[in-house]
Structures are given as C-alpha cells and as structure tokens.
Unconditional design. Structure first.
Length: 297
C-alpha cells in the first residue's frame, strides 16, 4: 500500500518535473541542511537515470560551519551535480558581521542581497528551495509556486491560486518564481524520509559534547566568530543542531539524539519549531515575513 511518505515523494517529484517543463533557467538553492539533502535526493529520482537538469546554488556568507563546507563539496561531487557558490564579496570585504551590524542588516547584505545578485547574474526564472509551510508563520502563506516581481520581492496578497494542484509558472521578463517541492512536508517527514532512503546529512545534526555559550534561551557554539563577553564562560553540553545556518546565529538544543531514529523519537515529543534556534527569525517583529518581502528565501 502507498504510504504517507510515498505520497509526499510523488507530489514533490511532480513539482520538480513541472518546474523543468515550465521554466527555461531553473536553479536549486542548496543550503547544505537536511531539507536540501532531501531535495537533492528527490531531484535525482525525478530525472533518473539522467543527471539533475539544473545547477545547485549555495549562497555563502563566510560564516558557515566548517562541517557544512566539507559536506557540501563531498555531496555535490558524489551526486555529480553542478554547484555554483555565490558570495557578496563587497560586503564580506567590508567586514560585514552580525556583531557590528546586527543580524537584520547582516542578513540583508550577506543573504538577501547576495541571493538577488546571483539570480540576476544567472538569469534564473525559477529558484527551487526547501522551505516547508509548517516551519514558520510567513512560510505557511506560501504557494508551491511563489511569484516574485521584477525586484525579487514577495507580496503574499499577489499570489496565484493552485486549485487541483495546477501550477502557474507564467512570468514576464525580470519576474520569477520561487518553487517549494517540500511545502507539505513536516520536520518529522523529512527525518523519516532520510531514514528510509539512507540519505547522508551533516554531522552537526547529531548529538555530541560541544562547547557552547548560554545567551538567553540560545546555546551558541564557540567559534572565532562568536567572541566571549566579559561575563561569559563556555560550557560543555551534549547537544545538536535542528537547523543549520551561520555559526553566530544558529543555536543548538540539548539532546541525546545521536542517530536518525533517536532524532525522530525526540521530535515526536516536542512542540517547538526548529526555527526557534535561528536568531535571524526573531531580530524584529514579523522578521521572516519582512525579509521575504525584500527577497530572502
């Protein structure tokens, strides 16, 4: 009998094939996280036995975990996927960082502006991302095909109906679509699919003893990017990361889950979104929605 994961997989494969059928220059955003790993596997299945017919794009802020860079390069090499890495070199050369600029302005320069520049440079008409509706309030408003105007901006009231799973990808010159094949997946669905398909994911997702800083409700990893304040001292905790982003802005969670089955069991008992550990989601009221309106994914 067809399982819940089979139905989600079939829907996502259908979306991937619609993207390639309707757009001339699609690209897939590859963040190196668990959702990107599932997206990559689904893309491989959608177009097997051929190669993935679009490149992968990684927006690099310069603040990612070393393990993420290693995993990104190895994964793309193994998959035989074309990888494009884009950075806002001007902002990086000027020393943009969340400690001096604040997370809001830093994210605008290193993520949003870099993404928009990359999409314009490569003349992308459809950017595929791993966002899921259950992640966060503003993402719950997204269509599968999310329309963006000529400035790359998102207006939730200017989106198209998707009755009967019909996806409208018509855009004029300069306009584009952000496409979300994982829209109807949940965090547990992602991990159950990773378990079933034996999909490799970055080691940061698994629990081990790590040196962290306790800042409010956040456990920030000790790195050269996170200078200690005068009243702070690191603590060693067994923890893991539920979501991966820039090192200074990504919090860990106390956890004993060092295998995929243990992660699934842990998630079945939690009611807190994984995005609670991302500082950038809460640097201002309705933070994510404002960033998305500016062009953030």
């Amino acid at each position: 009998m067809e399982s819940h994961l089979d139905r989600l997989e079939a829907e996502s494969i259908y979306i991937f094939r619609e993207i390639v059928a309707q757009f001339a220059r699609p690209i897939m955003l590859y963040s190196v996280g668990k959702d990107s790993s599932v997206l990559l596997r689904l893309a491989q299945k959608a177009f097997a036995p051929g190669k993935i017919p679009f490149p992968l794009l990684h927006i690099d802020t310069g603040f990612k975990f070393p393990e993420m860079y290693e995993f990104r390069d190895e994964t793309c090499r193994t998959a035989g996927a074309e990888l494009i890495v884009y950075r806002n070199e001007r902002a990086i050369a000027d020393g943009a960082n969340p400690f001096e600029l604040g997370t809001e302005h830093c994210c605008r320069l290193l993520k949003t502006q870099a993404l928009l520049e990359a999409l314009r440079l490569h003349k992308v008409d459809a950017a595929i991302g791993g966002a899921r509706r259950e992640e966060e309030r503003s993402r719950a408003k997204e269509r599968v095909f999310s329309f963006r105007d000529q400035f790359g901006q998102w207006e939730p009231r200017n989106q198209r109906p998707e009755l009967w799973s019909l996806l409208n990808g018509k855009v004029r010159l300069g306009e584009s679509i952000r496409a979300f094949p994982l829209s109807n997946w949940t965090e547990i669905d992602i991990w159950e699919y990773i378990l079933r398909e034996r999909i490799p994911v970055a080691s940061l997702y698994f629990s081990r003893i790590r040196q962290v800083l306790q800042r409010g409700n956040m456990l920030i990893p000790i790195t050269s990017f996170a200078p200690l304040k005068s009243n702070e001292s690191p603590v060693a905790l067994r923890c893991r990361f539920r979501t991966l982003g820039c090192m200074p802005c990504t919090g860990a969670v106390v956890s004993e889950a060092d295998t995929v089955p243990k992660i699934i069991a842990e998630l079945q008992d939690t009611r807190v979104s994984e995005r609670k550990t991302r500082v950038i989601d809460y640097d201002q009221d309705a933070s994510m929605e404002l960033k998305k309106r500016e062009g953030y994914f």
